[in-house]
Design a protein around this ligand. Structure first.
Ligand SMILES: Cc1cc2nc3c(=O)[nH]c(=O)nc-3n(C[C@H](O)[C@H](O)[C@H](O)COP(=O)(O)O)c2cc1C
Length: 403
């Protein structure tokens, strides 16, 4: 009989310590809150408006019950194939800009987590390290999230795509759902604005977060490393942040997506789709994948949860693109829920950042292992022995029962 993933002796040393300290997302979030400056924690945890979207994401996932099946003692295999590449599980790291705010040096720690855990990492346009640095650590597990820089006929945007190709990035993920900057009340209240000028309160928050301050000394101040080269003169944080504020547009037209398709022969994915007609337009523009997401509740406080719209999108897309999911995913159970609704993989944003803030540079690898184990356990409780069985598990979604 195989040893239980959490059974006695199943882990040792640092891995065991991390498991006992932070066995779930909720422990990681709580520990992160206590270890980092409040302005940094708020930046990650907060949504837009009244945080309603953040709550809706949880409610929708929690409403989905998976009815257990028994009588077959095969071992569940969580391995997955996405866009022709094999991964250890259908779980990935979602892109997070300014990731180093909650944990200095976050980007390369996440790249290591992706490599060690053999899962995809969508590194952000606004990440702390360049896509070239990420790809040198994570190899083909590197995907690139793209924002648009429309000036001069998208010179910067298409230069980033050319860099991605040269670096061995295997997928481009073009974000659609940030056409305007969302209002994030907590960031305003914390004076987290460009240019950033510390207040007595932020200085106090830093002074009382020793682990974070040590990481800052080790890794240096947060940067927008992918963008440095496009700024005239010395790329100081103020200058690069000013460039980003002026030039970046967080969305693309369908024509621009179709143009990307013509120059990019790796996997092309659009992120932030919630309307079924937009999913159809994405397919017509030539994408390989659609990441159904409401940006973790950070863009529109009236947006539905991706879990609610995914089945409609699945029916409309009808297998013409691979569906991916994010927003609110905290556990392997949530990953199974997303796959049962029609996604082929689920991504986590906040979870990996909390893991770093809670446990330090190895936290991302810890969370990758933890959520994969949880996912395999859920599979074994659901009558799913491989990921291709998950669309057929019996779920109760709200009041509906599909046997
Ligand atoms: C701190 C933070 C920064 C983010 N930055 C970006 C970004 O630069 N580009 C992007 O497409 N999505 C960004 N997102 C959204 C994530 O990619 C993802 O959609 C979201 O985090 C999923 O929800 P979850 O945090 O509940 O897992 C960000 C999310 C967070 C929490």
């Amino acid at each position: 009989m195989a040893k239980s993933a959490w059974g006695p002796g199943s882990r040792s040393g640092r891995a065991a310590q991390m498991t006992y300290a932070a066995p779930t997302y909720e422990f990681l979030e709580d520990r992160a809150r206590r270890r980092v400056p409040k302005f940094a924690f708020d930046f990650v945890q907060g949504g837009t408006g009244a945080d309603w979207g953040v709550e809706v994401n949880r409610r929708a996932l929690d409403a989905i019950e998976i009815v257990p099946r028994y009588g077959d003692l095969r071992k569940a295999d969580p391995a997955a194939t996405l866009f022709g590449r094999n991964y250890s599980a259908p779980i990935g790291i979602a892109p997070t800009g300014m990731d180093a705010l909650i944990w200095p040096g976050a980007t390369l720690s996440l790249a290591r987590a992706a490599k060690d855990g053999d899962i995809p990492y969508i590194t952000g346009t606004l990440a702390n390290s360049t896509m070239e640095e990420v790809a040198s650590v994570a190899g083909g597990n590197t995907w690139l999230q793209l924002y648009g820089f429309p000036r001069d006929d998208h010179k910067v945007t298409f230069d980033m795509i050319a860099r991605a190709k040269a670096a061995g990035v295997t997928a481009i993920v073009a974000t659609l759902d940030a056409p305007v900057r969302a209002k994030r009340p907590r960031d305003l209240n914390n004076r987290l604005v460009v240019p950033f000028r510390p207040t007595p309160r932020t200085v106090w928050e830093v002074a009382t977060a020793p682990a974070w301050s040590m990481a800052l000394l080790r890794h240096g101040a947060p940067k927008f490393a992918n963008i440095d080269r496009y700024v005239e003169g010395k790329p100081t944080l103020d200058r690069v942040a000013g460039f980003v504020q002026k030039e970046l547009v967080g969305s693309f037209s369908w024509e621009e997506i179709a143009r990307m398709r013509r120059v990019w022969d790796g996997a092309l994915i659009v992120k932030g789709v919630l309307h079924p007609d937009d999913a159809v337009s994405a397919v017509e523009a030539g994408v390989d994948g659609i990441l159904v997401s409401n940006h973790g509740g950070r863009q529109s406080d009236a947006a539905p949860s991706p879990a609610d719209v995914l089945p409609i999108i699945r029916d409309k897309v009808d297998g013409k693109a691979t569906l991916l999911f994010d927003s609110g995913v905290r556990s392997g159970l949530d990953v199974a829920r997303a796959l049962a609704l029609g996604a082929e993989a689920a991504f986590c944003g906040r979870a990996f950042l909390y893991a770093l803030a809670a446990l330090g540079d190895d936290g991302g690898s810890h969370f990758a292992g933890l959520i994969r184990e949880e996912f395999a356990v859920t599979m074994a409780q659901s009558g799913a022995w491989s990921v291709s069985d998950l669309p057929n598990v019996t779920i109760r979604h709200r009041d509906a029962y599909s046997a």
